[in-house]
Design a protein around this ligand. Sequence first.
Ligand SMILES: [Zn+2]
Length: 293
Amino acid sequence: MKVLFLFIDGLGLRSAAKDNPVHSGICPVLCRLIDKYSVPIDACLDTPGLPQSATGQTTMFTGVNAAQYMGRHCEGFPGPSLRKIITENNLFMELSRKGLRCRFADAYAVDNVDDLHTRRFKSVTTVMALTQPDTIAVQDDLLANQAVSHDITRKILNEKGHDIPMVRPSQAAEHLVEVARSYDFTLFEFFQTDLAGHSRDYQHACLVLSLLDEFLDAVYELCRTTGVLLILTSDHGNIEEIGVRGHTRNPVPFITCGPDAEKLQTHMTSLADIMPGIARIMVPGYTRISSNQ
Ligand SMILES: [Zn+2]
């Protein structure tokens, strides 16, 4: 089975409202996927306060309730304690141990993966990908259309001075699904949604959602025709409530379509269920071998 996991940062579930751009008509594909193929899951992790990226993503990719472990929600990039949880066991490690090939399809603007090890700040996804060889895409992969820019169209890379041909969202989708067909498990992370939520700029949020929707439209169709299981989820809410500063405690969507989609949604109630749920459908006879809880 081939799995494509779209991690969309800062996308919560909320009914239509004046300050909810998700239901403004700007992203019909996303809304249809939410309506037809998603279950709501909890991102608050039995912890008071607003859910944050470091603990939410650690939980999502390790199955350990990192907010409970830390006693609070932790923002941004993971510190030493969270990194320890991630490097002990994570989804990439779990799948690689069974001979499955994983790929983080967001291309890093570096020539060599070694350049990433020395970075002081690393995202949860970077820390996870660095635990396994040959999972990380770099600039040359992007030039060969075997990776995707984190902003989909490569516009941000060009604005930063990288001379890389821009692509339409549908082309980026083709590149991504080709990667997904070459590996067993492919991860793509999109965080412009979270940045747009933090900007509290409704028009900007609509532009980001519109771009994402064009991309999703093609990704969904290509996954459907090639039999790739598509998963889409988030680490916490944000963009669905533009009028509010910071993240929200809204549930997040867990969307699955394709082979084993319904099976994967069974018992899916929070971010902590994602990693074991995916391992269970991809690894025959899977049982959890480590837990910090
Ligand atoms: Zn986040």
